[in-house]
Write a protein that binds this ligand. Structure first.
Ligand code: FES
Ligand SMILES: [Fe+2]
Length: 351
């Protein structure tokens, strides 16, 4: 199927994503007084800071449907830009300026989603997350320097983008003379893929890289890949006895064909190198990937394995597709979740 223009919410890919956590912004992008508009799984959301932390709501005022993200935050309440109605962070209308002496309508048309902050990033789930935000193994280890890269914006599907991140056999071609030699591409030895409650992980995959990292030196790199949830992937890259270059990738599905990639790298060597040197290499690599991933058709990742050809080095991608399919099927079996207590009620009343 070519891009349909909006998410097919009956699709197993959508179902596999709805209940998981997604990164929608860096924490410092959400100002004290200024709401932030973001998009997730085809829905417009507003992020705003209330007395109890960052809220993620549907970007919609229940009075006449204006976008709350065009408004402002005053005294811990969000004010709609159209008629100035105010909402508390409990999702209740608390002020109607046109009727200051009247009790505001009790009807709740605000959709409140799960939101939390971790690793300097704002995470949101539109559904019911079954587990916590994934663990970033090096985050609390002071021996690893952390650098935020991106966000990179792809006109492509998030699952295609993650699969690209998990793919070692494209290195010599897409990242020629950085991550591989196009005239002498590494054969990929067989490797294992393990599935456990933390998702998928591989045994080591070894490749030669002419410009292996921000130091600009050739390395023999030993990659171990993990997929913690469908759009959170990670690798550890060993390039010496103790040297580790780790990346924690979140591919946010803004829409079916629109992805925002948030990356944090964790490195325990090269302390003399600048952040600009680290970012320069990441930016080049992700730009090289962008033009390929944006070219892939269909936009959506085929979860039926018969739709594309696979070889042994694609084993992680094959297991990833199988896993996504099973997550989508499991979500289907549960059926449509009843509305959460914080989702809008539609009982009619007016004041
Ligand atoms: S549309 Fe929001 S106050 Fe009227
Ligand atoms: Fe790549």
């Amino acid at each position: 199927m070519i891009y349909s223009g909006k998410w097919d919410r009956d699709g197993l890919d959508y179902k596999a994503l709805r209940n998981q956590w997604h990164v929608v912004a860096r924490e410092d992008e959400v100002g004290a007084d200024t709401p932030l508009a973001v998009r997730l799984l085809g829905e417009d959301l507003v992020l705003w800071r209330g007395p109890t932390g960052i809220n993620a709501w549907k970007d919609y005022c229940g009075h006449r449907g204006a976008k709350l993200s065009l408004g402002c935050v005053r005294n811990g309440e969000i004010e709609c830009p159209y008629h100035g109605w105010r909402y508390s962070d409990a999702g209740r209308c608390v002020k109607v300026p046109a009727h200051p002496n009247q009790e505001p309508p009790a009807q709740r048309l605000v959709a409140v989603y799960h939101a939390t902050v971790r690793y300097g990033l704002v995470w949101v789930s539109l559904g019911r997350p079954e587990s916590d935000v994934p663990v970033f193994p090096e985050w609390d280890n002071p021996g690893f320097r952390k650098v935020f890269a991106g966000p990179y914006r792809y006109r492509a599907n998030a699952l295609r983008s993650v699969e690209n991140f998990l793919d070692a056999s494209h290195f010599p071609f897409v990242h020629a003379n950085l991550n591989g030699d196009p005239d002498n591409p590494d054969p990929i030895d067989d490797y294992e893929v393990f599935k456990d409650p933390q998702g998928l992980r591989t045994s080591e995959i070894t490749v030669f890289q002419p410009y292996g990292d921000h130091r600009g030196i050739p390395v023999t790199a030993h990659y171990t890949y993990h997929v913690f949830q469908p759009t959170t992937a990670y690798f550890t890259k060993k390039t010496g006895v103790t040297e580790r270059f780790c990346t924690f990738l979140n591919a946010t599905p803004a829409d079916e064909d629109e992805t925002v990639l948030y990356l944090i790298v964790a490195i325990n060597f090269g302390a003399d190198l600048t952040e600009a040197q680290i970012l320069d290499r990441q930016d080049r690599v992700f730009e090289q990937d962008r033009r390929i991933v944006e070219s892939q058709r269909p936009y959506r990742l085929p979860l039926d394995l018969r739709e594309e050809m696979h070889v042994r080095s694609d084993r992680l991608a094959v297991e990833y597709r199988r896993w996504l399919k099973s997550l989508g099927e499991a979500a289907s079996a549960v059926g449509a979740a009843p509305p959460a207590e914080n989702e809008p009620s539609r009982s009619t009343s007016y004041a």
